[in-house]
Design a protein around this ligand. Structure first.
Ligand code: NDP
Length: 389
């Protein structure tokens, strides 16, 4: 029986992971399920899946979790340290689906066990790519990408000689403003940016999609995970969101991964890897779809892409600064403190200001990364506070 933990079980990726596990329940022993604040969802999952431990990150809810799980045989724990400790419990496979930099340390602990980490959490590779890859390497652990673009690249590379790869292309829907004239973007409201042309997702990721900060994070993840030179990674706008990524080889072949926009494909691929097993996702009818379209990405319309390239060139702690500054700028935009088009400028100024703290190209440890994360948030807030005056 495979021992499995799901970090961020109560979120969208976590719930989709449990949906796949539920279909073959007897094959798994669930070690830990963790949630952030959603006590009701965590309780329901714990009573269904009977993990060894259920952990809620919000420590004020420990007594309520204990009461809800009384008599079930499931241990209850709470707090940030308890989430990290849960990652020390031996497993064969774990899902990293906590949102934000809080997902970094549990993921590192799973890698230190030498286990397999299915990685959805974007911040892990953006903020700490060199540390994470080195930790996996030194402990014989495996990382499997879960973001659909990276899973697509991973699948297209299967069985190929890395030396034959010329380029990697990740696609982007283009978000809410792909057809807006560039000069009108400064006037975009939070409501405008919170509407995605293709998907109904959470507000923050929808705005990150409109600004392409989400794609910028994915560019950095592609570089860190696959070790591909930034100059050979391209972003292609593909409004239908059915081709997730393409890999170009030295004989001119482009291997494209085409699939439905359903996270259970990438999650299921990581869950069953190295096998392929039947998954409950839609089978695409390309004749009915008829046509797919592509257009070049544009670093003037989406300056986040330019900043991602600068971050990759800088290395060291630049990714941690970029991620944290972007989170704070997004908070500022949602709160009405800055405009949509100001977000990239705020991030750029924080990157400039903290460039001396990046530590050059040397990989940083976890503590140094967390210090940079905090400094970048403070600096971004300081810059935005000055906007109001
Ligand atoms: P959700 O917001 O739906 O879920 C996030 C999970 O993290 C929840 O379980 C939440 O708990 C938990 N959480 C939040 N804050 C903390 C904290 N401080 N400590 C511990 N746990 C916390 O996010 P998604 O499932 O959509 O995404 C998860 C990650 O995967 C993100 O990094 C995202 O960028 C990435 N990703 C998501 C994709 C998607 O399609 N959704 C695609 C590819 C990557 P609770 O809800 O109980 O508060």
């Amino acid at each position: 029986m495979r021992r499995i933990s799901v970090f961020g079980a109560t979120g969208s990726v976590g719930a989709n992971t449990l949906d796949l596990i539920r279909r073959d329940r007897d094959a798994y022993h669930i070690v830990a399920l963790t949630g952030g604040r959603n006590l009701a969802a965590l309780t329901e999952q714990a009573l269904e899946f009977r993990p060894d431990v259920a952990v809620i990150a919000d420590e004020t809810q420990l007594a309520a979790l204990r009461a809800a799980l009384a008599g079930s045989g499931v241990e209850a724990a709470a707090g940030r340290a308890a989430v990290v400790e849960a990652a020390d419990r031996p497993v064969d496979w774990a899902m990293s689906a906590i949102v934000g930099v809080a997902g970094l340390e549990p993921g590192l602990r799973v890698l230190e066990q030498g286990a397999t980490l299915a990685l959805a959490n974007k911040e892990t590779l953006v903020a700490a790519g060199p540390l994470v890859m080195a930790t996996a390497g030194s402990h014989g652990a495996t990382i499997l990408p879960v973001d659909s673009e990276h899973s697509a690249v991973f699948q297209a590379l299967r069985g190929e000689d890395p030396a034959s790869v010329e380029r990697v292309i990740i696609t982007a829907s283009g978000g809410a403003f792909r057809d807006w004239p560039v000069e009108t973007l400064a006037k975009a409201t939070v409501a405008d940016a919170s509407t995605h042309p293709n998907w109904d997702m959470g507000q923050r990721i929808t705005i990150d999609s409109a600004s392409m900060f989400n794609k910028a994070l994915e560019l950095i993840e592609t570089h860190e995970f696959f070790g591909i030179d930034p100059g050979r990674i391209e972003v292609l706008v593909h409004p239908e969101s059915l081709v997730h990524a393409l890999v170009g080889f030295n004989d001119g072949a482009l291997m494209a991964h085409v699939g439905p926009p359903d996270m259970r494909h990438a999650i299921g691929h990581a869950l069953h890897w190295p096998e392929r097993r039947a998954l409950p996702v839609e089978r695409l009818d390309l004749a009915a779809i008829g046509s797919l379209s592509f257009r070049a990405s544009d670093e003037v319309r989406w300056p986040a892409l330019r900043l991602a390239r600068e971050v990759m060139a800088a290395g060291g702690g630049a990714g941690a600064v970029f991620n944290a500054a972007k989170e704070q700028a997004l908070d500022g935009f949602i709160a009405g403190q800055i405009g949509f088009a100001d977000m990239a400028g705020v991030v750029e100024r924080v990157l400039e200001k903290l460039s001396k703290m990046n530590g050059g190209a040397a990989p940083l440890g976890l503590d140094a990364i967390m210090v940079l994360d905090q400094r970048a948030r403070q600096e971004a807030q300081r810059i935005m506070d000055a906007f109001e005056r």
